[in-house]
Every structure is written in C-alpha cells, then in structure tokens.
Design a protein around this ligand. Structure first.
Ligand SMILES: Nc1nc2c(c(=O)[nH]1)N[C@H]1C(S)=C(S)[C@@H](COP(=O)(O)O)O[C@H]1N2
Ligand SMILES: [Mo]
Length: 346
C-alpha cells in the first residue's frame, strides 16, 4: 500500500489536525436525565452488572496512547487515553457462550450506538476511557465515560457510554445504518463507506434531471458530467464523486457533502452556504466566486500535500472572489490553511 506523504503513521487519505486541535464530531451533548451516571453490562451475561463512576475508578486503570482517525479525513496522533480495558470489565461479568458481538450505547437523545465483533474489540484493546491527556474527558468529547477503540475509525468510539450489550448477532450502529459508514472501519484499508445507495441507472436519470435537492444519495457518482446550475440544496451526498464536473453556479446550500470529491471540478460561483464540507477534496477545483461561508471545513482539502516541496500541489483556484470567513480556516490543517490564506489575498 502506498504510504501517506505526511507521515508513515497516517493511514491513506488522512491529514493531521494542528496539535492543539481536537475537532468535535457528531452529537454535542449527552441526554440530560438528571440521574447519576452508571455503566451497565447487559445482554448475553448471566446477570447484568452496573457500575457507578466511583466503582469504575476503583478498577485497574490502563493508559494507552492512541491515534485518532476520523472518517472525515482528519487524524490526531498520540492522545493518551486512560480508563478501564473492556477486557477488565468483562472479567467481572459472567459472559455467556453465545456473546459474539458487543454494542456500545450512549446516554444521548438518539441512543447513539456502535458495535464490533467481541473478539476484535478485545484484541484491539478497547478502552472504557475517563480521561484524555491527563485530564478528565470534557463533556463534548464524551465525558464522563466514552469508548476508545484503537485501530478503527473514530466513529466506533462511542461518547457518553451508558450500556455495553453483549449480543449473539450484530446490530448495526447509528452511523453505520443512517450514514452508510462501513461496519469494519479499518482506516488502513479505507473502509469508510458501504456501496452507493442507488443503481447506476437511477443515478444517470437524476443527472439528466439536474435536480437532486433534498435527496439522500450515499456515494452518488456524477463524475465527469456537465451539471452547471445543478440544484442540490439540502441533499445528503456523503462520499459523492463530482470530480471533473462542470458545476458552475450549482446550488449546494445546506447539503451534506462529507467526504465528497470535487477534483478538478468547475465550481465558479457555486453556492455551498451552510453545507457540511468535512473531508471534501477540492484539489484543482475552480472555486472563484464560490460561496463557502458557514460551512464546516474539518478535514477539507484544497490541494495535495507534497513533503518534498513541503507545500500543497494540485491546488484549487481560490482568489479574493472566493467567499470564506477567517474563523472557518481554523479547522483546516496547517498546510491547507497556509495555502488558503495566501490564495484569498490574490
Ligand atoms: N454518542 C455519540 N458518540 C459518537 C458520535 C456521536 O454522534 N454520538 N460520533 C462518532 C464520531 S463519527 C466520531 S469521529 C467521534 C468524535 O469524537 P469527538 O467529538 O470527541 O472528536 O465520536 C464518535 N462517537
Ligand atoms: Mo467520525
């Protein structure tokens, strides 16, 4: 496999966030139940076991330095998580024969969850973490208790853990079923998404119509098409491919474009206002006159990093007519930010 030019420790297609940045992804807060925090192990166990936070703190603690790899293409290396190994916790439960999967469930409004084969969760050293970098986990990052699964995309690491369910058959997690995220989630194999949600023929029909507003089209492939003035307002287009498209004056307002590819696309005067652009690839795209205000830009690329030149190559066309607010650039990686800051002055 070809390595990542930024660092051999970075899986393909990932880039490092600035050292002092830890992006917030997904839900922002746990559900406010007013009840004291407890963690329950249930399902295929002889008897459910419940821990409160002080009991959890008495279990043998482990510290692991983990690399975070988010599916939206940002990574953060060497975060020191501390907590109790899942293996330690399960040693204190009578796990039954048929337990083959483990589902982690959050105390959150949508009862967020994610699952893994039990044997894999154990062999990866899954941690029930209560602190990061020697500080208690902040609320928005999953405090007081979150899961940390080393070696998987971070969507397997559920925040605000309240239940661990041991299951005989797998139960797809929230992102895995709602967003088409890959259930295996190996960043080294780029297992980001499952296949497209519609057939090639259906895609061709939509391309002809030039209106996909408010549609939900995972992994939509429109690459190479003439789509000026495309109407895509509010569409869910995760992992879509718009490379080499003519999308001048297209309307992507409020669309979810996370991980979409716009390589060498013509996007002059396109409107992305309020869209989710996390993990989007705009290499060599023409973004003159495009409106990127109010968009989330974590993991967004405007070019490819070349370590020999220590600079971005295959960069997007950006100039003073491209609409971007200075505070949005905070979420970009350093080489991306440096490029965009300079380009916006031209
Ligand atoms: N409860 C809950 N846990 C969650 C999510 C979520 O939306 N809700 N999002 C997942 C995703 S996609 C990622 S990348 C990480 C983000 O964790 P962070 O916000 O601490 O960076 O949490 C994961 N765990
Ligand atoms: Mo994620």
């Amino acid at each position: 496999m070809s390595g990542n030019p930024e660092s051999p420790r970075l899986p393909p297609g990932q880039q490092l966030v600035a050292a002092d940045k830890w992006p917030l992804v997904g839900e922002r807060t746990p559900a406010d139940t007013g009840e004291p925090w407890t963690l329950t192990v249930a399902g295929r166990v002889r008897q459910s076991v419940v821990w409160d936070l002080s009991q959890l703190a008495e279990l043998p603690a482990t510290k692991v330095a983990t690399d975070i790899h988010c599916v939206t293409r940002w990574s953060k290396l060497d975060v020191a998580f501390q907590g109790v190994l899942l293996a330690e916790l399960l040693q204190r439960c009578e796990v039954l024969e048929g337990a083959r999967y483990v589902s982690f469930v959050a105390r959150s409004a949508r009862q967020h969850s994610s699952s893994l084969p039990l044997a894999e969760a154990l062999s990866l050293g899954t941690l029930i973490a209560t602190s990061a970098d020697d500080r208690p986990l902040s609320r928005e990052h999953g405090g007081p208790v979150r899961v940390v699964v080393p070696g998987k995309y971070f969507y397997k690491s559920v925040k605000w853990l309240q239940r661990i369910e041991l299951l005989e058959a797998d139960r797809l997690g929230y992102w895995e079923s709602a967003a088409g995220y890959h259930n295996q989630a190996d960043p080294w194999l780029e297992q980001r998404f499952v296949a497209a949600s519609i057939s090639k023929r259906e895609a061709a029909r939509l391309i002809e119509r030039r209106d996909i507003s408010h549609m939900d089209l995972l992994s939509f492939d429109a690459s190479g098409h003439e789509l000026p003035h495309l109407r895509a307002r509010g569409a869910v287009l995760r992992n879509a491919d718009f490379s080499n498209c003519n999308l001048n004056s297209a309307d992507f307002r409020g669309a979810n474009l996370s991980n979409a590819r716009f390589r060498a696309a013509q996007l002059a005067n396109a409107n992305f206002n309020g869209a989710d652009l996390e993990g989007v690839d705009f290499s060599q795209a023409d973004l003159r006159g495009a409106d990127l205000t109010d968009c989330s830009l974590f993991g967004t690329s405007f070019g490819q990093f070349d370590p020999q030149q220590d600079a971005l190559v295959l960069v997007a066309k950006i100039d003073t007519s491209t609409k971007l607010e200075p505070q949005q650039l905070e979420s970009l990686t350093i080489p991306q930010r440096d490029f965009v800051v300079r380009a916006l002055r031209r």
